[in-house]
Design a protein around this ligand. Structure first.
Ligand code: COA
Length: 167
């Protein structure tokens, strides 16, 4: 198995995670968004096979500081990294690949933070089910009082994860 940047060689048309909007993004928009430096998509494949088992997309963003962060009264937008998409093909769901892609994304966020500070990884969960998927990994609500599907994982939590795996 490998996780690499999406290229023209990957077979984007066959992917089906059960959510048409995510399938469409992968087949029509993901490469173009990368070429325009808007976001980057990473795909999970078997070693030398171009069939996509899953993908995730990262982009940079600016947000109002989450109400549960130390920066909550900061008057300006703060920098964050956005997990813009995450999906696993229907044939491969429930086998730990979503967790593996998320962990790979967290590693990239941790590495990026060494060079360019970020307050953490944010995600707009599309459904309550997706929200509980992310919450299992420590994501917390960005604005608890509003009951939205916006979640974030503070950089401190992410960094600690990678400190732990080193020891
Ligand atoms: C959500 C999704 C990415 C999860 O990927 P996956 O490979 O099926 O999940 P995993 O096998 O890695 O599961 C990891 C853990 O999350 C749990 N989980 C998986 N899907 C879940 C869901 N929809 N809701 C809550 N928990 C979920 C699993 O039970 C597992 O927990 P465990 O380790 O205690 O058993 C995948 O099901 C998917 O692509 N769904 C359709 C698209 C989607 O909803 N994307 C998210 C948009 S924000």
């Amino acid at each position: 198995m490998q996780i690499k940047v999406l290229t023209k060689q990957h077979d984007r048309k066959l992917f089906d995670c059960g959510t048409p909007e995510l399938n469409r993004f992968l087949s029509r928009n993901a490469r173009q968004a990368d070429e325009r430096s808007l976001s980057r998509t990473y795909v999970l494949t078997f070693n030398h096979d171009n069939t996509i088992m899953g993908f995730y997309t990262l982009s940079s963003t600016e947000i109002h500081a989450p109400s549960n962060s130390k920066l909550k009264n900061y008057p300006l937008p703060v920098p964050a990294i956005k997990l813009a998409r995450l999906a696993i093909d229907k044939n491969h769901q429930g086998q730990g690949y979503g967790a593996a892609l998320l962990s790979n994304a967290l590693k990239k966020v941790n590495n990026a933070h060494q060079s360019i500070p970020t307050i953490g990884l944010v995600v707009d969960a599309k459904t309550e089910a997706a929200k509980s998927f992310y919450q299992q990994f420590g994501f917390i609500e960005m604005h608890k009082e509003e009951e939205t599907l916006q979640l974030w994982l503070p950089i401190k939590t992410i960094s600690q994860l990678f400190l732990k795996t080193k020891t």
